[in-house]
Write a protein that binds this ligand. Sequence first.
Ligand SMILES: CC(C)(COP(=O)(O)OP(=O)(O)OC[C@H]1O[C@@H](n2cnc3c(N)ncnc32)[C@H](O)[C@@H]1OP(=O)(O)O)[C@@H](O)C(=O)NCCC(=O)NCCS
Length: 152
Amino acid sequence: MHLQFRIRPVQDSDLDAVLVIEHASFGKDAYDRKLLAEYCHKCGDLFLVAEVGRRLCGYSLTCVRGDRAELVSIATNPESRRAGVASALLGSTLRRLRRLKVARIGLMVRVTNHTAIRFYMKFGFTKVKRVPEYYEDGNDGWLMRLVLKPQE
Ligand SMILES: CC(C)(COP(=O)(O)OP(=O)(O)OC[C@H]1O[C@@H](n2cnc3c(N)ncnc32)[C@H](O)[C@@H]1OP(=O)(O)O)[C@@H](O)C(=O)NCCC(=O)NCCS
């Protein structure tokens, strides 16, 4: 069942709740507060949160350089998964990027993260290149990419 949630840009006051989602989703690979705060100031317009009532249930973080964007991170609280939260976050991000005339968006994902790969493929992302030992623990990553058509 899909949840009723609102997507909006992050605020400094959201960072504690984002950190909880971050730790529950990435464990030892979680970004720390300092890095998230930096992203909040650097990429704030595309650092989005999903909230149900006043509770955050997911976030996505995208940075733009020129006509290219990078999806830096996306995560949904474990108890809110498979309810359309990440789809709403990514859908909103893609609409914002098209308005900004960004031509394409890329991301890196662990080759073992089949859930995320399936999620990205549903949005039309394709695997471009396998990058050996991209992650600190020696795991390989997939570079995935989506070309953004302005009229969509
Ligand atoms: C990947 C992730 C962000 C998806 O979030 P979500 O809110 O559950 O995603 P949605 O409900 O919007 O799912 C959209 C689609 O993704 C795919 N998907 C999501 N979870 C899936 C699962 N457990 N198994 C298979 N496909 C899945 C499905 O195609 C799904 O569409 P459907 O429900 O109509 O079949 C979430 O699992 C997560 O936070 N994972 C941990 C963090 C992470 O790995 N982030 C990506 C780092 S690169």
